[in-house]
Design a protein around this ligand. Sequence first.
Ligand code: FES
Ligand SMILES: [Fe+2]
Length: 336
Amino acid sequence: MDSRVRSYQEAFSPYWHPVAFSHELKERPLAARLLETELVVWRTGTGVAATQRYCAHRGADLCAGHVTEEGLRCGFHGWTYGRDGRCVRVPSQPGVPIPARAVISSFHAVERYGLIWVCLAPEPAAALPEWPELEDGSVATVPLPRLDWNISAGRMIEVVLDVAHLSWVHEGTFGNPQQQEVLPYEVERGPGGVRARISYPALGPSVGGQPPKVDRTSLTYDVFLPFAARLAFKPTLFYAHTVYAIASPWSEEKMQCFYFASYHPRLRNHFPDMFVKSELAILEQDRVIAEAQRPLAHPLDFTSEVHVRADRLPLEYRRGVIAIRSGQAVEPPIPD
Ligand code: FES
Ligand SMILES: [Fe+2]
């Protein structure tokens, strides 16, 4: 890895990022955006495809076109593109060779974990996150609406990993204002991410005018660089569930987050509604704080902000992101 600071787009293009939930991509082509690139994604007979959004002929929006057996057909003059971006049909002149320049950029696309993932670079630098529980039939999942926030993808994941904010930002949902101290916790570094486990005395909802009960909850954080986090909640009173947050960068200062939970299928009648309602309230508390952080861009050096011991997990995560951006391993400062 050469050590120079890459542009944001160059640094993160070689990674897989989600651009849509599977359930959003139906028979019509769908607009998507990733790292300042306008895309159209669609279903082929055998999988999914992602190409540039605008037609090579006259720049028409291919999202307004149709998917045919041959590929994606533009609505303006019917030119049709295969999943490799090559034009395979120019209806105005049948029997004539198709111009060599009648091609649009195409990208790697794959459907997994209920998401459509795209990698913009010719060679992906890392595999997709490994979440085997989502594919062995042992859990059900429930998505939230996409979170469209004015915040960088790195800052978003740091919010998810932030241990010290729980008792402050989440007062009234599950935060416990009595628990201000963050007890020391270990962070494991792996080749592609970081992992930590904490115990938190969450407050359950107050029922029937009773004061809320403390629900001692074990939280296991598991991050796949650059922008995917899995967070397993094992409460004592509430249902065990796991939350997945994958921030998909639109630009250095803006992302969309694909957020969903997995839970035991036996809870199918209870869990999804409760999760969506309570999680949206929790995330709204985060959004108010997060969108107002400055700078919007995820800081590239450690000295621009101050770190304490409680920040060890987001700090180790930031180390990984900076390493990708700068092309070299970096040691985080020892927190005060
Ligand atoms: S602009 Fe797409 S076919 Fe002409
Ligand atoms: Fe939060």
